[in-house]
Design a protein around this ligand. Structure first.
Ligand code: ARG
Length: 478
């Protein structure tokens, strides 16, 4: 005699079902990671049951029983977590475990819960609901990181430092000028996530397995109860993972920016640069070299980006080869979305702490500030204000920098007015330099001279900081 298949939905199997081989049971199960969806699964089930009652497919009493049962199950899982006895690997996933527990508690009422529903529209709904919540969590964390950058900018923002292109000294800026750039990048990551709800989160419930249902399900009702967007094609709703993909892509962008920032600060924390000191809390020692203070937290923020990018690639890859309709490949989606989300959340929290506790070393930065002719562009702009065409002034300053190097001078301001003028005439221009040229030289002078909007000098930094404080103040209040 055949043993009945222990999966209640495997009726057509002649012999043992897929639960009989422990490897197959484990292989097909997503319980390990999808139990995390239980709150959203129950939320979706309650909405579905209310809709069923609304269209008279179940009675008011059925609905009462179903809601009681589901609320009890939620309370039990809230309390017992992984130890909840309803988690049974042979039931494959969170959906079947919750439903089995519901039937155990409520009998026939529970047996009506799955009317007009498939796990395909159920899991798509759960995941959309989960992503909606996850996005709000990430936004809370990006906001905290932005606040941390503002705090640091208020403390150390005035310090004059070099900026770098190609990691070679470029023009002088203030520390705050660079900090608001990171702030802007993180804030754009937040904005990107904030934009997602406008195109995502339709409610897949009512799509059934693929084609919809011949029962009079009212998709408007479930959509409204769950606060989701207008419903879409039943086939698309159950076949797509676009919401998860859009979110994961946004996470990779966040991760990319965090990694880039981490890299910059790892460089700044090196002995060679010495621009910043990281708090002891966020460095670690070496098991062999007693003197070491390694920026491991920053390195891990950079390193974890690999996992986040990998998650996006995994999702894209699993979607690229499947027909339009649910395929079991899609079950793997959640693992990657969750992994990317967990990692980015951790990194954002860690980044906020690091930013809050890092100090820019004013004296150390000052010591090296005359290196690299940071004021060369400013000098070229000075000559422009005296009527020299920019291309000529660029050439003049290039020669003056070379002259300084030949003389062993580190600063352009060591040159005399006559030197500036000799270089001008040599390049076929009038001798235009006067004593005021020295107001345009030296990093401290230069950072005060920038006047373009968004500049990384003093005026630009102060203006941007003020705007950010107003904006973040409003967000925090709102
Ligand atoms: N655990 C499954 C998933 O996450 C649920 C859907 C199963 N659907 C099916 N037709 N076998 O995708």
């Amino acid at each position: 005699m055949n043993t009945p298949a222990p999966k209640p939905w495997e009726h057509t199997k002649s012999g043992q079902g897929s639960a009989s081989d422990p490897l197959a049971a484990r292989f097909v199960s997503s319980l390990d990671y999808d139990k995390r969806l239980y709150t959203h699964d129950i939320q979706g089930s309650i909405a579905h049951a209310r809709m069923l009652e609304h269209v008279k497919l179940i009675t008011k009493d059925d609905l009462k029983e179903i809601e009681r049962g589901l609320n009890e199950i939620k309370a039990e899982i809230d309390e017992q977590g992984d130890a909840w006895p309803g988690w049974k690997v042979e039931l494959e996933d969170v959906h079947m475990c919750v439903e089995a527990a519901l039937i155990e508690k409520t009998g026939d009422a529970g047996r009506k819960q799955h009317t007009g529903r498939s796990r395909n529209d159920q899991v798509a709904t759960d995941l959309n609901l989960w992503v909606m919540d996850a996005e709000q969590h990430v936004i809370g964390k990006t906001e905290s990181l932005c606040d941390a950058f503002v705090e640091l900018a208020e403390r150390d923002g005035h310090i004059v430092m070099p900026s770098y292109t190609h990691l070679q000294r470029a023009q002088p800026i203030v520390v705050g000028g660079e900090l608001v750039a990171w702030l802007q990048a993180i804030s754009r990551c937040e904005y990107r996530i904030n934009m997602l709800p406008s195109m995502n989160y339709s409610c897949p419930l009512g799509s059934g397995a693929i084609a919809g249902s011949s029962l009079p399900l009212d998709r408007d009702v479930t959509q409204e109860i769950l606060g989701m967007g207008p419903h879409e094609s039943a086939i698309y709703s159950t076949a797509t993972r676009d919401t998860a993909l859009d979110f994961t892509y946004s996470l990779t962008m966040t991760s990319m920016w965090l990694s880039r920032w981490a890299e910059q600060w790892i460089i700044y924390a090196s002995t060679e640069f010495g621009f910043i000191t990281l708090d002891d809390l966020y460095t670690t020692g070496s098991s062999m070299m007693p003197q070491k203070q390694n920026p491991d937290m920053l390195e891990l923020i950079r390193g974890k980006t690999g996992l986040v990018y990998g998650s996006l690639m995994a999702l894209l890859t699993m979607c690229k080869g499947i027909t339009i309709g649910y395929n079991r490949d899609l079950q793997e989606d959640k693992r990657h979305v969750f992994a990317a989300y967990d990692s980015v959340c951790d990194c954002l929290d860690m980044a906020a702490r690091i930013v809050k506790t890092t100090k820019f070393n004013e004296d150390r930065i000052k010591q090296g500030l005359d290196k690299g002719f940071l004021d060369a562009t400013s000098l070229a702009e000075y000559l422009v204000t005296k009527g020299v065409p920019f291309r000529t002034s660029h050439q003049v300053v290039g020669k003056l920098v070379q002259a300084c190097r030949d003389k062993g001078y580190e600063k352009l301001s060591l040159l005399k007015v006559e030197n500036f003028n000799a270089a001008c005439t040599e390049s076929g221009s009038d001798a235009v330099a006067e004593q005021d040229v020295y107001d345009w030289l030296g990093p401290e002078n230069v950072v005060k001279r920038y006047q373009t909007a968004g500049n990384a000098g003093l005026s630009g930094f102060q203006e941007q900081l003020k705007a950010w404080k107003e904006r973040l103040g409003e967000e925090n209040a709102g």
